[in-house]
Design a protein around this ligand. Structure first.
Ligand code: TRP
Length: 73
């Protein structure tokens, strides 16, 4: 991972109970390694790391990144 991206983070705000934030592993083997459950109005601030290269979000949520904002619905 290049150092320019190291401090970058994204924000996930749950818009309903039971939103799942799932971290997927970096490297040749892409699998789930972490699942975090958020209830309505809970916020998670996270980064892409050495271990995490992708994130899957299930449920109604608002996601903010430096590239913009997106909603899951
Ligand atoms: N231990 C994980 C890591 O360092 C924690 C993590 C970071 C994570 N970013 C995430 C978990 C995004 C879920 C989604 O990679």
């Amino acid at each position: 991972m290049d150092s320019e991206n190291q401090n970058e983070f994204f924000v996930i705000k749950a818009l309903e109970d039971g939103v799942n934030v799932i971290g997927l592993t970096r490297g040749t083997d892409t699998r789930f390694h972490h699942s975090e459950k958020l209830d309505r109005n809970e916020v998670m601030i996270a980064q892409f790391t050495e271990h995490t290269s992708a994130v899957k979000i299930r449920g109604k949520a608002l996601i903010q990144t430096k590239h913009g904002e997106v909603a899951t619905d």
